[in-house]
Design a protein around this ligand. Structure first.
Ligand code: F6R
Length: 605
């Protein structure tokens, strides 16, 4: 959480930093700030509670002559949302921004008697004061002393008042990527912010000192040995992280799904078979494991639930899906025979990262399904399958989810084939049908006006239920999360058969119900459950696979979903539910891409 940027180069420094902060704002957006140095070496700070747009206004013409600078967009952990707690923090000669949590900040404040130097309630300011305390003219020495006493996670970017033109950085767990291009030297919390200038970047290794200079970058160990940065290439197009003509990234990213799914399939279907050889994943890994355990958070965990339903029905194999934040505290059954699959868009979610590290210690084989290349989780994994969705900027995850499902659909078929659960013909027919999915998503998108109209049926609700059975229930958990996070409607997904065991008490004429029917074998039972809520006055909106419609389903406000194999309905159905959530939020006039209290990358436990 929190977005960090540092830049020195030929461009207008202040504008580069403010523009980059806008691109990083999805990581946190309760306050923002910049610090900039001018030729004579003074470091000035401008910061405020609110968005980057507010900061831009506050800065006015300040910093126009800056030649180097740093910036921060905050997701508050320690200390409320106010100007004083916003970063950068300045103590003595040090100006600093931070992403992460300094766990021992109270102990350090006491031990080094820093109380009188602090004006904010943040853990970050303690790091600034301590660095100032250690600083005797040699930045590397002071930084080394500082990280020797800090406990917790941190990505720190620092300026020293008497070191004009030099930007220093160090990290533990929290990410920092950097680059040097014609435009100058730059670092950021993620590659999205660098893409305007270049797609070449390197991940700053943990506990290494990075220095940005006008004419290059310097990377060294804490003992002073120089290290060559290992550059990699982001294959995201330079403008793919821009909104284009769409009012919100969420809409843009929903609309990109057919292409994102195709890009995820590319190279993974060979002669009509799912194939992961280009990913370097040997069949032996899939053949020899005795059980699978998916660890993930939020939407990514919901993708795991769909995988669970596929694995059970196609492989009759044991699979657990665990909330990563609970995983290691719940004595998980994980050993050398377990294939642990971490699922994460960002590859930085700390709970997922820690769960994977824990599984590794227990001897499990660790695989991950990620979107962001070179992310922390990728570096801890034995095998990585990338989703190729391109940058996902909106806080609410959309294309990352459907591309995670795409990987799972292909992966489970590969496992089924090599374990003899599906014949060659069955796999080929499965893949042929799966290849229809992007076109089915296009059909859902072509129907977005109808979904927009239907959104009016739920827009005024305070509480809402989403009901379905089997795979549909798992899909609704995600549909419901999407609606609640962007529209602030309290939405609960419920297995329809469970309603009568309690929650049906909440159904009234003011509680709309969204029902989903995509599985032929469950249709009749689901229709009975819908009747039960209807009899209690609920307005029902029914999302139903087209071929399952009949005169009885026509009694409800209905959205017809394109016909693909029942198992694959997960993807088109989710896209329809994403559109529902999107239109409710947009019509309520909310900032769809930045729902309150949320951040895109969750790097605190
Ligand atoms: C919801 C959402 C979150 C993330 C979760 C995990 O729309 O985006 O629930 O899915 O924070 O994030 P990643 O996938 O980056 O690990």
């Amino acid at each position: 959480m929190c977005g960090i940027i540092g830049y020195t180069g030929k461009e207008k420094v202040r504008d580069v930093i403010l523009d980059a902060l806008e691109l990083l704002e999805y990581r946190g957006y309760d306050s923002a700030g910049i610090a900039y140095g001018e030729k004579e070496g003074t470091v000035s700070v401008c910061k405020c509670a609110g968005r980057v747009a507010d900061l831009r206004k506050k800065c006015g013409s300040l910093g126009q002559d800056a030649t180097y600078g740093i910036g921060h967009t905050r997701w508050a952990t320690h200390g409320g949302v106010c100007d004083l707690n916003a970063h950068p923090h300045q103590v003595g000669k040090v100006t600093l921004v931070h992403n992460g949590i300094i766990e021992n900040y109270k102990e350090l404040t006491k031990e080094y008697e820093l109380e009188n130097e602090l004006v904010s309630e943040t853990d970050t300011e303690v790091a600034a004061a301590l660095l100032n305390h250690f600083y005797k003219g040699n930045p590397d020495e002071a930084i080394t002393k500082l990280v020797g006493v800090l406990k917790g996670t941190f990505a720190l970017v620092m300026l020293f008042a008497d070191q004009p033109g030099r930007i220093f950085s160090i990290r533990n767990v929290s990410p920092i990527v950097a680059t040097y291009s014609e435009a100058g030297a730059m670092l950021a919390s993620d590659v999205t912010a660098l893409c305007r200038f270049t797609n070449r970047y390197f991940v700053v290794p943990e506990y290494h000192i990075l220095e940005l200079l006008q004419d290059g970058v310097r990377l060294s160990t804490l003992t002073g040995e120089t290290v060559e940065p290992e550059y990699q290439v982001a294959d995201w197009e330079l403008n793919s992280s821009e909104k284009g003509a769409y009012p919100f990234y969420m809409e843009k990213e929903i609309m990109e799904q057919p292409d994102a799914i195709r890009a995820t399939m590319e190279g993974r279907i060979v002669d009509g078979f799912p194939d992961f050889s280009k990913d370097g994943l040997p069949d032996s890994v899939l053949k020899n494991c005795e059980r699978i355990c998916v660890v993930a958070c939020g939407t990514a965990m919901h993708a795991g639930l769909i995988a669970q339903s596929l694995v059970k029905s196609m492989l009759q194999m044991h699979i657990d899906v665990e909330l990563a934040s609970e995983f290691m505290y719940a004595d998980p059954v994980v050993d050398e025979k377990t294939l642990v699959v971490a699922v994460s868009q960002s590859g930085e979610t700390i709970d997922t990262l820690e769960a994977l590290k824990y599984a590794k210690k227990k001897g499990a084989t660790c695989m991950s399904i990620l979107n962001v290349k070179g992310s922390s989780i990728s570096r801890e994994s034995d095998y990585v399958l990338y989703t190729n969705a391109g940058p996902e900027i909106a806080v609410a995850s959309t294309k990352a989810y459907t591309t995670q499902l795409t990987v799972f659909y292909l992966l489970v078929a590969r496992i089924a084939y090599i374990r003899g659960k599906m014949s060659e013909d069955e796999v080929k027919s499965y893949i042929r049908d799966f290849e229809q999915v992007p076109a089915a998503v296009e059909q859902v998108l072509a129907n977005k006006k109808q979904i927009h109209l239907i959104a009016k049926n739920v827009i005024t609700a305070k509480d809402l239920f989403m009901i379905g059975r089997g795979l549909d229930y798992a899909l609704l958990l995600e549909g419901s999360l999407k609606l609640k996070e962007v529209s602030y409607i309290h939405s609960e997904a419920y297995a329809s058969g469970e309603l009568k065991h309690g929650p049906i008490a909440l159904i009234t004429t003011d509680t709309p119900v969204v029902a989903l029917i995509t599985q032929e074998k469950l249709k009749q039972k689901e229709l009975s459950n819908i009747k039960e809520v209807r009899s209690r006055g609920a307005d029902v909106v029914l999302f139903i696979k087209e071929s399952l419609q009949d005169p009885t389903t026509k009694e409800y406000e209905t959205v017809a979903l394109p016909n693909v194999r029942d198992a694959f309905m997960g993807i088109p159905a989710s896209v329809a539910l994403q559109l529902l959530a999107y239109y409710v939020s947009a019509d309520k006039g909310y900032d769809v891409d930045k729902p309150r209290n949320l951040a895109k990358v969750v790097t605190v436990e």
